[in-house]
Write a protein that binds this ligand. Structure first.
Ligand SMILES: [Zn+2]
Length: 265
């Protein structure tokens, strides 16, 4: 029997995640679009800017981003590669603490302000208990991330979004998990007068049964659980030690392994 770790929840092989930076008040309009179409995303907030003109308020963080993910983006948005180490740590740690207080759950992700990252910055992120850091380097492809501390997105939304989505749907997926990761800032839709682009994209993507709509954190947690599966030497017995269900394929057919379950195939 051929086992393959090539499935997302529901047994599908494609996932879509959205990632928006800065916590600008246009997030309200963007979240509404996502919610109407069942699209899910991660919002990287600058905790030091909350309640300032043009930004979302601290009081609305929990409700506005409900169903999505609140993630870090530093307290004051510096180029982290150009500040002393102590300040790097403070920017990440204090942002986490403030956002966790508002969101009510552990904040384990971040996007790097201006995409600025080097070994020191990525190392600090790991040491401070973060699981992932997103860059601004668009890959144009649909691979799952190899280095979560330098998680490169597929594309910015202004970079041939609809064409990239078509490629995503037609990409070769045998024995493979595909991920389309879109990033940007909600104010760009207003500035570039292209809200219709994200409406069109979400209408086209939303409701598809062959795509898993997930936050960045959902994807990280799922990949962690998938990699934690234990299999017997002959590959016929699979144990899932995690609390969440995991899907794999056996001879090309999706199989669900429940949280804590042991399945004989
Ligand atoms: Zn930013």
């Amino acid at each position: 029997m051929k086992l393959c770790l090539d499935r997302y929840p529901g047994g599908v092989q494609r996932a879509l995640t959205m990632s928006y930076d800065d916590g600008i008040d246009y997030d309200r309009r963007l979240v509404d679009i996502f919610n109407r179409h069942g699209i899910r995303g991660t919002f990287h907030l600058i905790s030091g800017k909350l309640d300032q003109p043009g930004f979302v308020t601290a009081a609305e963080v929990k409700t506005l981003y409900d169903g999505h993910e609140v993630s870090a983006h530093s307290v004051t948005h510096p180029h982290l590669t150009q500040v002393p180490f102590d300040r790097i740590a403070g920017e990440m740690w204090e942002d986490r603490k403030r956002l966790e207080e508002l969101a009510g759950y552990p904040v384990k992700g971040m996007s790097y302000p201006y995409g600025s990252v080097n070994d020191t910055v990525a190392g600090a992120l790991a040491q401070l208990g973060f699981d992932y850091g997103r860059t601004v380097v668009s890959t144009g492809n649909f691979g799952i991330p190899h280095d979560l501390l330098r998680w490169n997105p597929t594309c910015h939304h202004d970079n041939q979004l609809m064409e990239t989505f078509d490629k995503f749907l037609s990409a070769w997926h045998r024995d493979n998990m595909l991920l389309m990761y879109v990033w940007g800032h909600s104010y760009e839709f207003e500035r570039n007068n292209n809200w219709q682009l994200i409406e069109q994209f979400c209408a086209a993507a939303g409701g598809r049964t062959d795509v898993w709509f997930a936050t960045n954190r959902d994807i990280v947690r799922y990949l962690q659980a998938l990699r934690r599966l234990q299999t017997s030497a002959d590959g016929r017995i699979v144990h899932n030690p995690s609390a969440i269900p995991v899907w794999i394929s056996a001879d090309g057919e999706p199989v669900q392994i429940g949280g804590g379950a042991t399945v004989t195939l």
